[in-house]
Design a protein around this ligand. Structure first.
Ligand code: GUN
Ligand code: ZN
Length: 432
């Protein structure tokens, strides 16, 4: 017997990329909608009136009243070992790494500490309505086992991998080209494709990886074409200048990754703020994606992402919180920052486009849109129920909203984790 459940409320999801012109038809919305789940997958999404007619009496219908039923948010770039150094004062990227980040990451050789942090981290994601994430661990294989095991026990889709870093870092965070390759390969073989887990080959960024280590990462990427690649690219000016000094034989920062076979489909690069047009074109040609991390880019003073350039070039873009460089794990807060960054850039982020970025667009960037990102029948039923009545200021604002995009925009600018009534993974409540 199949297991069926239905959820009634304001059902909203994206059908396609609205693009720069922000085509409002890219969204489907049912004011009194029903999301029908069968064996953890979406069976249908549509008007409650119509779908209820064909349902048997026995099916349980969860009435979400006026709450919004939204596909689970997907965070395309976040560091779980940096949970406890979130909101650390005063530094730009390279000093921030040395002052706060590396000392915090050194503790993750302890499996018990890593497991406890992984639990708290995933609790936080779910409390914020985030159902999937592309996550940085640390250089220690134990840190990868901890977060994969924790995600697996919750049935959560998660991408992660061992950080590769064999130079320009503290001794207790340093691997070697050989051990990095060997440990990554063993972890990949243990975890990649288990349940909802995917392995990401994770060179931290070019400055902390020797040419030999980048070559080993590229070899692994070649041997496992369906594995992912996850790294940082062109986040700060000082970092870009450092890469130019370290790799004088390469024409650009993007060319470093390309040369070592790390620019390809299933590669996600966080930031990409300070790239030439040729770098963006190379990413588009090779099928690599960008994680836009506005909160982090503002907090670390790194720069303002040129979203329209990436969109026009055809580079897939998702949103990342980049905690601990970012100051919130909440995707609505991240959308708010993205909107403000684009205002400063003279670009605009419509609510339709923002919803796409945090759901279906992120799933596309992760090559997971066959399973995640919206409520098409057959997709995995990960979703969040957002109750706008929880926030009086939002609730009052919505009373004055005349059209859907206006209401959605207010929800995005004013909402946060207080709206999350429940988060569902494969149709089951994920918050106890
Ligand atoms: N570049 C290399 N490592 C990091 C990191 O941990 N956070 C951010 N924001 N950028 C990085
Ligand atoms: Zn990062």
């Amino acid at each position: 017997m199949s297991e069926r459940a239905a959820f009634r409320g304001r059902v909203i999801h994206c059908l396609r990329n609205p693009g720069v012109s922000s085509d409002a038809d890219a969204i489907e919305y049912f004011d009194d909608g029903l999301l029908l789940v069968e064996d953890g997958l979406v069976a249908a999404a549509g008007p409650a009136e119509v779908l209820l007619q064909n349902l048997s009496e026995e099916i349980s219908v969860t009435d979400c009243n006026k709450s919004w039923i939204v596909p689970g948010f997907i965070d395309c770039h976040v560091h779980y070992p940096q949970l406890d150094i979130i909101a650390s004062y005063g530094e730009r990227l390279l000093d921030w790494l040395n002052t706060y980040t590396y000392p915090a990451e050194a503790r993750f050789n302890d499996p018990a500490f890593a497991a406890a942090t992984a639990e708290r981290f995933l609790d936080e994601l779910l409390a914020n309505g985030t159902t999937s994430a592309m996550v940085f661990a640390t250089v220690h294989p134990e840190s990868v086992d901890a977060i994969f095991a924790t995600a697996q026990s919750r049935n959560m889709p998660l991408w992660t991998g061992k950080v590769l870093m064999d130079r320009h870092c503290p001794d207790d965070l340093r691997d070697t080209a050989e051990s990095g390759y060997r440990d990554s390969r063993a972890l990949l073989e243990r975890w990649h494709g288990q349940d909802r887990l995917q392995y990401a080959i994770t060179p931290r960024f070019a400055p902390t990886c020797s040419p030999e280590q980048l070559a080993g990462a590229g070899r692994l990427a070649d041997e496992f074409p369906d594995a992912y690649i996850h790294s940082h690219l062109a986040e700060s000016h000082a970092e870009v200048a450092w890469v130019d000094r370290l790799f004088p034989e390469r024409s650009s920062y993007v060319d470093v990754y390309r040369h070592y076979g790390l620019l390809r489909e299933r590669a996600i690069y966080a930031h990409c703020l300070h790239l030439e047009d040729a770098g963006i074109s190379a990413m588009a040609e090779d099928g690599a994606a960008i994680a836009f991390c506005p909160s982090s880019n503002l907090f670390l003073g790194s720069g303002l992402f040129d979203f329209n350039r990436a969109e026009v070039a055809g580079v897939p873009v998702g949103l990342g919180t980049d905690v601990g460089g970012g100051t919130s794990l909440n995707m609505l807060r991240t959308i708010e920052d993205a909107y403000k960054v684009l205002q400063l850039r003279g670009q605009s982020l419509s609510p339709v486009r923002a919803l796409y970025l945090a759901t279906l667009g992120a799933a596309r960037a992760l090559h997971a849109d066959d399973k995640l990102g919206n409520f098409e029948p057959g997709k995995e039923a990960d979703f969040v129920v957002l109750d706008t009545e929880e926030l009086p200021i939002l609730s009052a604002r919505l009373d004055h909203a005349h059209e859907l995009p206006e209401a959605l925009f207010a929800l995005m600018m004013l909402g946060d984790d207080r709206l999350v009534r429940q988060t569902y993974l494969l149709g089951k409540p994920a918050i106890s």
